[in-house]
Design a protein around this ligand. Structure first.
Ligand SMILES: *[C@@H]1O[C@H](CO)[C@@H](O)[C@H](O)[C@H]1NC(C)=O
Length: 339
């Protein structure tokens, strides 16, 4: 029976205005889905060699990041809660620095977007030999440090704000524990797909992304859909940015959705929902019922769920109060007939 330690650590960055990448059809995990830039943590992301680049600007170990609060509401607790998971290598960077480097590296590899510091607000210089560097970094993540040294910059870890974290259950191709960071960009830089992992890049607003999903131009997995709906709480980019700065030290929640299969769709249940069960059985198994979605919705009151009616029709139901002073999406019910 798999233990929690088989979760692979990963990081993603929600670049707002929203950058969505279409995954290649040949990818085993979420083929063709539109996702935020991100990927699995590499040992190079926590390498002690980064200190050389960061230390002229900020002292170790956190290089000026505000103190970390451990993620809350983790069920079950994956590795890395509490002290850093890197454990034995005391020179390695702390997890939340390494995960930020990972997300920034992936945004560069997948979309050619380089979030570089150490000056705040993301100086985004166009890179003359971009393709050559991307190929190098893709073949070996250690080249990302070489690129930053070459440009005399650091990854802009300070522009990435703790946002959320999602776990996938073990029956997915690979169980991953993904930290989602949020980064606000006033001027969306040029993004171009690597044509390997991703085949298209688009900058969209949250409502444009929702519409493209409903009109079947793009497909989103439920966590991405949830996060996009969550962004709809903010009237402007500066409101969102202000929220991130004000909530920097509140920490974030980490969720494992549980699936309830009904006769006419699937419910992704999130912590706080009255049907959510904290039972390790659901790491590997779904719940199922002979009822219809409508009946289940009529019976309940305390909702924190994404309802999958069909491949391009999701609704979000939230009647609980957010934790960690975060915001949850507003209830959102789309109907195909309204399109
Ligand atoms: C759980 O449900 C999902 C979505 O319908 C399905 O893809 C997956 O294979 C199911 N997992 C198990 C273990 O039955």
């Amino acid at each position: 029976r798999p233990g929690p330690s088989i979760w692979r650590r990963a990081a993603s960055v929600v670049l707002v205005r929203l950058l969505l990448l279409r995954r290649s059809p040949s990818q085993s995990f979420l083929p063709q889905a539109h996702v935020f830039p991100g990927g699995v943590l590499d040992a190079a992301d926590s390498s002690a060699d980064w200190r050389r680049l960061f230390e002229p600007h900020h002292g170790p170990p956190r290089f000026g990041l505000s103190p970390a609060s451990p993620p809350r509401a983790a069920f079950p607790a994956p590795p890395g809660d509490g002290p850093d998971a890197t454990g034995s290598d005391s020179a390695a960077l702390p997890d939340d620095v390494a995960l930020r480097i990972c997300a920034i590296r992936e945004a560069f590899e997948e979309a050619g977007v380089l979030l570089q510091g150490p000056e705040p607000c993301c100086a985004l210089a166009p890179l003359p030999d971009l393709d050559a560097w991307r190929a190098r970094v893709r073949s070996d993540a250690r080249h990302f440090l070489h690129l930053c040294a070459h440009l005399d910059c650091t990854p802009d870890i300070w522009a990435l704000h703790d946002w959320s974290a999602w776990l996938t259950p073990f029956w997915k191709a690979r169980a991953v524990d993904t930290a989602f960071f949020l980064c606000c960009l006033r001027e969306p830089p040029a993004a171009c797909p690597d044509m390997a992992e991703v085949v298209d890049c688009q900058w969209l607003s949250p409502s444009e992304a929702t519409e493209s999903f409903l009109s079947e131009e793009i497909w989103l997995a439920p966590p991405q859909f949830y996060e996009i709906r969550r962004l709809e709480n903010f009237a402007s980019l500066s409101d969102l940015h202000k929220f991130c700065l004000d909530h920097a030290s509140e920490g974030r929640e980490r969720w494992l959705p549980i699936m309830l299969l009904t006769t006419d769709g699937t419910l992704h249940l999130l912590p706080g929902d009255e049907l959510y069960l904290e039972d390790s059985d659901h790491l590997e198994n779904n719940l199922s019922t002979e009822k219809k979605i409508e009946d289940i919705m009529k019976e309940g009151k305390k909702f924190h769920r994404v309802v999958i009616h069909d491949r391009h029709l999701y609704s979000v139901h939230v009647t609980i109060q957010p934790k960690c002073k975060h915001v949850y999406p507003k209830t959102y019910v789309a109907r195909k007939s309204q399109m």
